[in-house]
Design a protein around this ligand. Structure first.
Ligand code: SAM
Length: 394
């Protein structure tokens, strides 16, 4: 299967991608259901973006939007006011169709239930739920896109079923005391970047009825190791000699910033290790900060330049297990993978192990950023190395 996406020639930072899937060709193995396996009718009706959607300016009365004094939280919410980011998410077929399939193929879960859509964006998940017979859907969205969601709900004849509430989940008053289901697409790069998980947990603690459902209810983070000489040279070592000048002080910064990019599965040199599984229905906010050990076994003789993190999410309360993976062996998503370059180039022989631990925590100054500390060591025949490296997703 061919994936076509627009590469950003200047770097590996988050970028817009065009997803094109050839549905007729074989796919890499996934333990999850094919997201394209859905009812025909649904595929056409899920496109609600009209041509006249325009950029929503920040609300001038919104006290959080204060010109030069804007906080990073303001920039975060502003970014979701523009339709472009929603277009990218909606066009991520793996993501959006998985949610659609979960809802359409498990309508029994939603029938006559009160649903809360946390961070509704365009309202797409609310529309899916309304379509399969939810009694009422409360769609909370704090960005300017809430106005569009309101209009989209009306355009599609669901004003009686979906109530769009504009505001932050943490500040809003819900017209009901409890909801039966919380649905949300909260995942960020490296799963935890953006820290929207806290918002889902807040909503769960406040409004979810006992034995209510959180969808998705499981999320896991994984680690593997790759050969990536060319890109490391281009992105990291580049700074050592820029037109004959030493700019290695920037190299220090660049190696600390994980890169979000798609990794070719042929680059994978070792086994992969699950670092952490989060049970969204039960976990506490603090559980998103953790230290997890890992052991990666070399599957061939090769060099290792980086470790790569990715995640999957699953909906275990469905009739059959559903979900998707953002791993390099699965169909590409807009989350791509997160690449952490190593200071050392590790030379591994088949069967040798890289052991270590990864510590993940919210950044203290900006809780939407993620601090990562990686400890690794290799005691191999050709290479011995041990090091601790710090990274920050920002
Ligand atoms: C990843 S998008 C998902 C949008 C939509 N549910 C979808 O699947 O296309 C997350 C949305 O949550 C909103 N959001 C994030 N934090 C929020 C909060 N604390 N309160 C309300 N909305 C929030 C963002 O503005 C953004 O539109």
């Amino acid at each position: 299967m061919e994936h076509e996406y627009q590469n950003n020639p200047s770097g590996k930072m988050p970028q817009k991608i065009r997803f094109e899937y050839d549905d007729d060709e074989g796919e890499e193995e996934s333990r999850f259901q094919d997201p394209d396996e859905t009812i025909e009718e649904a595929a056409t009706e899920s496109s609600n973006l009209e041509e006249d959607l325009t950029m929503c300016d920040p609300d001038p009365d919104d006290a959080s939007v204060i010109g030069a004094d804007k906080t990073s939280a303001d920039y975060y919410f502003d970014s979701y006011s523009h339709f472009g980011i929603h277009e990218e998410m909606l066009k991520d077929v793996v993501r959006t169709k998985t949610y659609q399939n979960v809802i359409y193929k498990n309508s029994f879960l939603f029938k006559d239930k009160v649903v809360l859509d946390v961070g509704a964006g365009t309202g797409i998940l609310s529309l899916f739920c309304a379509k399969v017979g939810a009694k009422h859907v409360y769609a909370i969205e704090c960005s300017g896109m809430a106005d569009m969601a309101q209009e989209i709900v009306k355009l599609n004849g669901y004003s009686e079923v979906i109530t769009v509430l504009k505001g932050k989940v943490e500040e809003i008053e819900l017209p009901v005391a409890q909801v039966d289901i919380i649905i949300s697409e909260w995942m960020g790069y490296f799963l935890l970047y953006e820290n929207m998980l806290d918002t889902v947990l807040y909503a769960r603690n406040k409004w979810l009825v006992k034995d209510g459902l959180v969808l998705p209810d499981k999320a896991s983070l994984y680690l593997t190791a790759i050969e990536d000489a060319d890109y490391k040279e281009d992105k990291i070592e580049f700074w050592n000699n820029v037109y004959g000048f030493n700019m290695s002080c920037i190299r220090k910064q660049s190696i600390m910033e994980p890169l979000v990019d798609t990794v070719d599965q042929k680059q994978i040199v070792t086994s992969c290790q699950r670092l952490k599984t989060m049970d969204i229905a039960k976990m506490d906010s603090g559980d998103a900060s953790f230290t997890a050990p890992f052991k990666l076994v070399a599957e061939r003789d090769d060099y290792i330049h980086a470790l790569v993190a990715y995640f999957d999410v699953s909906f275990t309360k469905c009739h059959k297990l559903m979900g998707f993976s953002t791993g390099p062996k699965s169909r590409a998503t807009h989350w791509k993978q997160t690449v952490l370059y190593l200071e050392d180039v590790l030379t591994v022989c088949e069967g040798e192990t890289i052991v270590g631990s990864m510590t993940v925590a919210q950044n203290k100054n900006n809780p939407r950023d993620v601090d990562i500390v990686l400890k690794y060591s290799l005691n191999g025949r050709r290479c011995k190395a041990a090091r601790t490296q710090s990274y920050r997703m920002r």
